[in-house]
Design a protein around this ligand. Structure first.
Ligand code: 13P
Length: 211
């Protein structure tokens, strides 16, 4: 896909997420790798009303080279691209309600904030969802923690803030963000019920079969 096609898809997927309540106001940001750099949503823009020609363009060193001023979370997206290399073609950050509710709970397992409840959560989001400590939005000090976690996991949960999810393609990252939100909803529904989890062998089988 060239840059124009990628920005058209980004606008379409962002509007779809917004329409379905995954993002409100100007919350959330989305980026995608293009041939000579990256596209990222402008700061303070609504995912529901993006315009392709105003999407920010960054060069391969993440310098702003076109479009509106980029999201203040560029460093968060950059940490994923740097940690995951070719496995990362896009990053989606949302304040989606259920995942953010989980991110506010005390006593979560920091190694895996949401356990392996369903196959699609494991297939799209992976074996673990690291929980990172709270940082203020836009605080570049969180980059090293994100980079460390993203080496082993395609998504992280930021305490009291929300999920950050990567994927090989833009569509993959959006699908994974939707799956994560659904798993968070199930996790909250099942709190106190001691649900049966997928076993380590079942998780291994899913990852070996679906990568
Ligand atoms: P931006 O508007 O700068 O992208 O920030 C929105 C956000 O979600 C902060 O976490």
């Amino acid at each position: 896909m060239n840059a124009e096609e990628t920005s058209a898809l980004l606008v379409e997927l962002a509007a779809s997420l917004f329409r379905r309540g995954y993002s409100v106001g100007s919350a959330g940001n989305i980026s995608a790798r293009i041939d000579d750099g990256y596209l990222i949503t402008p700061t303070n823009s609504s995912l529901g009303r993006l315009q392709p020609e105003r999407i920010a363009r960054l060069d391969a060193a993440f310098r702003h080279v076109g479009g509106d001023r980029p999201s203040k979370e560029v460093f968060m997206h950059r940490a994923f691209y740097e940690a995951r290399g070719a496995a990362c073609g896009a990053v989606v950050h949302l304040h989606s309600t259920m995942a953010t509710a989980v991110a506010c709970l005390p006593d979560l397992d920091a190694a895996t904030a949401i356990p392996p409840l369903t196959p699609y959560f494991v297939m799209r989001v992976g074996r673990s969802l690291p929980l990172l400590p709270y940082y203020r939005p836009g605080d570049a000090a969180m980059a090293p923690a994100i980079r460390d976690a993203a080496r082993a996991a395609p998504a992280v949960l930021l305490a009291n803030h929300g999920p950050v999810v990567s994927g090989r393609t833009l569509l993959d990252a959006v699908h994974a963000a939707e799956e994560l939100e659904e798993a968070a909803r199930l996790f909250l529904l099942l709190r106190g019920a001691s649900p049966r989890l997928l076993t380590p062998a079942q998780v291994d089988e899913l990852l070996a079969t679906f990568g």
